[in-house]
Write a protein that binds this ligand. Structure first.
Ligand SMILES: [Zn+2]
Length: 239
């Protein structure tokens, strides 16, 4: 279905109408329908890409499903021709913007457990998207990777056993430092509550879980730095 939409004048484009081919499937209810489109298009002020030397800008229009009546956004890309008239670049698409998370994770943790970094970041992205029922499960999974990978880092010969055992047993048997054991156990209990029907610790929540995981990260970094410094001292003693 073709729609005429209006691009307002800005520093990249002249004011003009363009014809866009709007998808006829609703991204929310998946029904085929002819959406109502609001006529004015919003254009990003920064280049999101380029083709050769020609900058590409992201543009969006709001549509309303005529079946479920929800509003949604349709994105497309534009580049200006020599006269600053907008030219469509590629097809129109729906897109859910995934929020960028600036989690500062040290190289030490990235090296010990790259999977932890990936899962932890996704859990925090889910939180930003207000998918609150999924955040705790994601954090619980992230914790399992952090603790098991750290245990494997310290006991590489036990890798298979550590991978197979439940997290609680790995914490008991392969986490050597009592403070880290306490933090990991507390985090695992709250994390388990996030995946079970009945909460065993109703006065604890996601913020406590995040605090315990952050403290576990800091503890692993601390121990790793102490271990590094100890190696220096031993080298000097052996000279
Ligand atoms: Zn719909």
């Amino acid at each position: 279905m073709e729609k005429t939409v209006r691009i307002s004048e800005d520093k990249h484009f002249n004011e003009t109408d363009i014809i866009v081919k709007v998808p006829e499937t609703c991204p929310i209810c998946s029904k085929n329908m002819l959406p109502q489109c609001f006529p004015n298009v919003s254009v990003s002020d920064i280049e999101i890409d380029s083709t050769g030397n020609i900058p590409i800008y992201e543009a969006a229009l709001i549509a309303r499903c005529t079946s479920c009546k929800h509003l949604y956004t349709i994105f497309f890309k534009l580049f200006p021709n020599n006269e600053y008239d907008p030219i469509l670049f590629g097809d129109l698409y729906f897109e859910t913007k995934i929020p960028q998370i600036n989690v500062s994770i040290s190289e030490t943790i990235k090296k010990i457990s790259p999977n932890f970094v990936k899962i932890y970041t996704q859990a925090l992205q889910a939180e930003k998207l207000q998918l609150n029922e999924l955040v705790g499960m994601g954090l619980r999974k992230a914790l399992e990777f952090l603790i098991k990978d750290y245990a494997i880092f310290n006991y590489p010969e036990k890798e298979l056993e550590i991978k197979r055992r439940p997290l609680s047993q790995v914490i008991e048997k392969y986490v050597d430092f009592s403070d880290l054991k306490t933090l990991a156990k507390g985090a695992a209990w709250i994390g388990n509550d996030e995946t079970h029907y009945v909460k065993e610790w109703p006065h604890k929540d996601l913020n406590d879980l995040k605090k315990y995981i952050e403290a576990s990260i800091s503890y692993i970094e601390l121990k790793s730095n102490i271990f590094d410094a100890q190696k220096m001292i031993e080298e000097k003693c052996n000279k």
